[in-house]
Write a new protein. Sequence first.
Length: 260
Amino acid sequence: MGGPTVFITGAAAGIGRATAQLFAAHGYRVGAYDIDEVGLTRLAADITGKGGSVRTGVLDVTKSAQWAQRLAEFHAEAGRLDILVNNAGILRAGSFESIELSAHQAIVEVNLGGVLAGTHCAFPYLRDTPGAQVVNLCSASAIYGQAELASYGATKAAVKSLTEALDLEWERHDIRMIAIWPLFVATAMVDGVATGTTRSLGVRLTSDDVAAGIWDATRKRGRLPKVHYEIGAQAKVLATVAKYAPNWAVRTVNKYFSGR
């Protein structure tokens, strides 16, 4: 078996791209997957131009057959799957009733269905790689349901629960589960998004910030298991408030930030 590997979805831009570049710079063989072929071509040129190793492929994360094919191709070439990063996601902001039902359903299919499909399909490869890890992108918007981001926050809350459950189930297979919790990140996903919380809290994180958080989290395998990693001071404060404050206080804080 060769050197360490990482398989990243939504890798053509934003957090996925930054994560692929960072892991490649640290000597990982990178599998970079997205529906954006042009973005993947640019990423591959960037990584190989710096001496890194990358394989790219088109992957619609809602299609289990595509997951199975891409994972099999990557594993056949690399011989192992050390880290799976479930990063692909979509977002629509606005009042719940103003967003068409099909858009809400698409958010669920990508943000939750994609994680379910990918993690399930990747299991045999993770199981057969000692010390394998799965990194799921959650969001601070799931700490407490956010006005104007109802469906998005709901999917991230579901991913949180899935991550926790599999961390318990898969410990016996030496598979570690990690949930990454950024607040708003300056990527194309939030371009044009103007909710109460984006106005009050701002967009303070970069893709590189989150990629660095993913890198650091996957380095930490202490004696006491840790699943959740908040990225940035704001997310850390909100998570602490949600953990220790009474529910009415958490609701009041979120109501204030959302301008309700």
